[in-house]
Ligand binder design. Sequence first.
Ligand code: BT5
Length: 268
Amino acid sequence: MAADPGEFNRVTLLECLKQRPIITDVHYYEEVDSTNTMACRLALGGAREGEVVVADAQIKGRGRLNRAWQSPHGMNLYTSTILRPKIEPAVAPQMTLMAGLAVADLFSLFCPGSVSIKWPNDVLLKGRKACGILTEMKSAAGSLEFVILGIGLNINMNREDFDPSLRETATSLKMETGKAWNRLDVISKQFDLLEKWYKIFLKEGFSGLRKDWMRYADILGKRIRVAYKDEFQTGIVTGIDEDGTILMQDESGASHRVIAGDVHLLGR
Ligand code: BT5
């Protein structure tokens, strides 16, 4: 693959993404507040399943709980896909796990053996974060209207491009492989894999991906600490349920289901 030649625009993106059935239109911005925010606006205005927002930079890239996602110009991929699956709203968060598996497979094409998933929404290269996923949804009267699947991939960032506070925990494809990658090549493979796993998810739910997802998420039997807002829980992971929930046993032997939060590995 060639290094990123910088011809990243709507024309080149349409050219490389148009053959993918999952994509029905591409909205490209050189700079946007957040691709998720923009996709949400479009979806509220009636955008169809498969319309994708792609930006070269985000000024207010967002993580969960309104945390910031560092989104500089000219080096990464920031995409938000509008999806309108016929599923229950309660099932939509599992799409984060589906997207994580697609990204883990994507990164494995470049860095085989170095990829892991940190439940629920991080994909790591050699233990450092190179991807974050933000799934947002709108439902009304108990039915799901749309899901915005936001994916941030660090492709060609160098260590010094990261905010100093992230330099020990974040990485990029370039940092792990020693070379720059063409973002058009990466994004076309990203959507090949997203399409593959989305189709399986629609047919079988998370249980259809669980085995493959588990290959990347080495947390069974591990001691973890889960932080959710101001609450913490510690325990041993006893399983991942058919719906993607972490099953955990605390020191008193009580079982817990973890449906949201930040997970920190504490070792066995
Ligand atoms: C996430 O949140 O990891 C979800 C990030 C989703 C970003 C995509 S980009 C396209 C779409 N449009 C958006 O506005 N968002 C989505 P969370 O698990 O809360 O992690 C956020 C934390 O990751 C921050 O508090 C930092 O510690 C760290 N972080 C920020 N920017 C990073 C980067 N570029 N690479 C690695 N880590 C980063």
